[in-house]
Design a protein around this ligand. Structure first.
Ligand SMILES: Cc1ncc(COP(=O)(O)O)c(C=O)c1O
Length: 382
């Protein structure tokens, strides 16, 4: 009796982790220093060097990085912060955490990002900041957004959660921002399990962010421990801080992953180009580089053509063929905490969130698997 072999499902994302990361994490454990310590400091230096920026402060996630960045930008109760609704909800939530109000702006349907034109009409006397997201790794046009808001003294915080490895006007994404926040969650290219980084230009601000991530302590626990006179090095607590620390185990993994980042980006861009060829003629629009930079393809999303089956049907057909795709980026203004709060229509956001889908794309994706995804998608489109 013959049976058709069952092919394994193709996941949407698998982090590229290996023995080197396992060994680095084990070494941190063996050292006995598992909380924030020398490896976190080394990871910060390496990340700052990769970006070409002065200051990088490692934290527990991009959500906590955004939280600190907004405090650093002086945002507080009564302020408004313009954000894209088309983003993971953490972008809007960080604004709410500091007592401010997220004001949702629409995006360019080609990139999924804010533009000067979508931000400008939402600026009021209360606007204190804008969070410009590099959605799915596509670099936002930071200079254009900044030029639009600069006359009002509004700070632009870059949410580069998805952006490590992308390039904006010749520099790594986030390098040109006053404040930028990164994520090292496993859905991103560079992962530390959970983790994040906030970067800034100003030394005093960086020192304050370091204190805020560690309960507001004037002397870090690591510095006290390392100092010979630690017992006499008394810390003070001059403002309310948080526990937003990264661990040395995570940083050890991050140091290895950072070295692999160029290879990860190159492979993803190769695979994305291959998808473009395999899906030619289907009418699907695949996310692409904007004119001002290059994407790391953290999210490889496609927009089906008019007349295609609806997204739920497409996802069901793909799942039936053993392909795990995902809905496209969410829209915060359609979720319970922010429902009804949009001040202007958000047509591009609603189109992308309703229709787009994210295809499997990860370092170890094989060409055979990619052929299967493309064939399944062609069949699903009918
Ligand atoms: C644009 C954006 N901002 C913030 C976050 C939150 O990142 P983290 O999970 O590291 O807190 C994400 C996560 O997906 C994101 O995509």
């Amino acid at each position: 009796m013959s049976s058709t072999p069952v092919l394994p499902n193709i996941p949407v994302m698998v982090p590229w982790l290996g023995e080197e990361e396992a060994e680095a994490a084990a070494e941190a454990v063996r050292s006995g220093w598992v909380a924030q310590g020398p490896r976190v400091a080394a990871f910060e230096r390496a990340f700052a060097e990769y970006l070409g920026v002065e200051h990088a402060v490692a934290v527990s996630s991009c959500t906590t990085a955004l939280h600190l960045a907004l405090i650093g930008a002086g945002v507080g109760p009564g302020d408004e912060v313009v954000v894209p609704s088309l983003s993971f909800i953490a972008t809007a939530n960080a604004v709410t955490y500091v007592g401010a109000v997220p004001v949702f702006a629409d995006v360019d349907p080609a990139t999924g990002n804010l533009t000067a034109a979508t931000v400008e009409p939402l600026l009021t006397g209360r606007t204190r900041a804008v969070i410009a997201v590099d959605q799915g790794g596509v670099p936002v046009d930071l200079d254009a957004v900044r030029a639009a808001v600069a006359p009002r003294g509004v700070t632009v915080v870059e949410d580069a959660a998805c952006g490590a490895g992308s390039v904006y006007r010749g520099r790594p994404v986030g390098a040109g921002a006053d404040l930028a926040a990164y994520s090292f969650h496993p859905r991103k290219l560079l992962t530390t399990g959970e983790g994040g980084m906030v970067t800034c230009r100003d030394g005093e601000l960086a020192a304050r962010l370091r204190r805020l991530r560690e309960h507001g302590m004037s002397v870090s626990a690591a510095d006290r421990h390392a100092s010979a006179g630690g017992a006499n090095l008394l810390e003070t607590y001059d403002e309310i801080g948080f526990n937003h620390r990264m661990t040395d185990i995570q940083a050890a993994v991050g140091l290895v992953q950072l070295r692999k980042l160029p290879a990860m980006v190159a492979r993803r861009r190769e695979l994305a180009d291959r998808y473009r060829e395999l899906l030619a003629g289907t009418g699907l629009r695949l996310v692409a580089d904007p004119e001002h930079g290059t994407t790391n393809y953290q999210s490889c999303w496609v927009l089906p053509p008019d007349g295609a089956p609806d997204r739920a049907e497409l996802l069901a057909r793909l799942a039936g063929a053993g392909v795990s795709a995902r809905r496209g980026i969410m829209a915060a203004h359609l979720e319970a905490p922010y429902k009804g709060s949009a001040r202007v229509p958000l047509p591009a956001t609603e189109l992308l969130t309703r229709r787009s889908l994210i295809l499997p794309l990860f370092h170890a994706l094989t060409e055979e698997q990619q052929d299967r995804v493309a064939a399944a998608l062609r069949a699903a489109l009918g």
